[in-house]
Design a protein around this ligand. Structure first.
Ligand SMILES: *Cc1c(COP(=O)(O)O)cnc(C)c1O
Length: 222
């Protein structure tokens, strides 16, 4: 199947409120353009240097999402153009994003990354830590970021019920934070969950942003 045919396939699987992030990490610009020509506009990258290089060469109406772990000293390299940062996992990082967005006179959408998988190595917040950020005076003073939702990665496993449970957990954190901190804030609406292997379950459990790499662009060679 061509990239275009794969995009048509994924779109056919997505309810209206779900959007597709085409994860183009490690893939050449020609492949990004192929997806772009097939109508795809949201792309995800997980390395700052790669994202900055691609952004400079590819069409300016692409909405770039940063989906990887972000180091504070690199925020300034993407602050001028990045639409959404999916993996905010500390107040210090959020402060830096706010500062750099302010310097560019713009607002950057941020998702709080939650640790929902059993694997130790994955980054992310727990519920209390997220509440701590949202209750802080520093957060209240931020004017150039917008917390638009949550992001999480399920355990890499064939155990469908385990994955489902982890997605359900993320959904319940989302519902609870929305009730507590984002009442009437319509911008708090994204649940970024689901990748090539588990997007179907993620959609069933309320995902609004699925992040698909391999399923669109094929396997990656590192
Ligand atoms: C690479 C990556 C994806 C895409 O994974 P695939 O299995 O190739 O679809 C999604 N989310 C994050 C955070 C990633 O790093």
């Amino acid at each position: 199947m061509s990239i275009e045919q794969k995009l048509v396939f994924y779109r056919s699987q997505m309810p209206e409120n779900v959007r597709l992030v085409a994860v183009s990490k490690t893939k050449p610009n020609e492949m990004v353009l192929e997806a772009y020509d097939a109508g795809q506009r949201i792309f995800g990258e997980n390395k700052v240097q790669d994202l900055a290089a691609k952004q400079g060469l590819l069409p300016s109406d692409i909405q770039w999402h940063f989906i990887g772990h972000l180091q504070r000293n690199k925020v300034k390299l993407i602050a001028a153009f990045v639409d959404t940062i999916h993996a905010v996992d500390s107040l210090r990082l959020l402060k830096e994003i706010d500062k750099q967005a302010k310097a560019c006179n713009r607002t950057i959408k941020c998702l709080m990354q939650f640790h929902i998988a059993e694997e130790e190595s994955k980054f992310g917040l727990n519920y209390e830590e997220a509440v701590g950020i949202l209750k802080s005076d520093e957060y209240s003073g931020m004017q150039n970021i917008q917390i638009s939702g949550l992001m999480g990665m399920a355990t890499y496993t064939n155990d469908i019920e385990k994955v489902r449970k982890e997605f359900k957990n993320l959904r319940s954190y989302f519902d609870s934070l929305r009730r507590t901190f984002f009442k009437d804030k319509t911008y708090f609406r994204e649940i970024s969950m689901g990748m090539s292997g588990d997007y179907k379950i993620a959609i069933e459990e309320g995902s609004t942003l699925i992040r698909i790499g391999t399923g669109i662009f094929g396997p990656r060679n590192y």
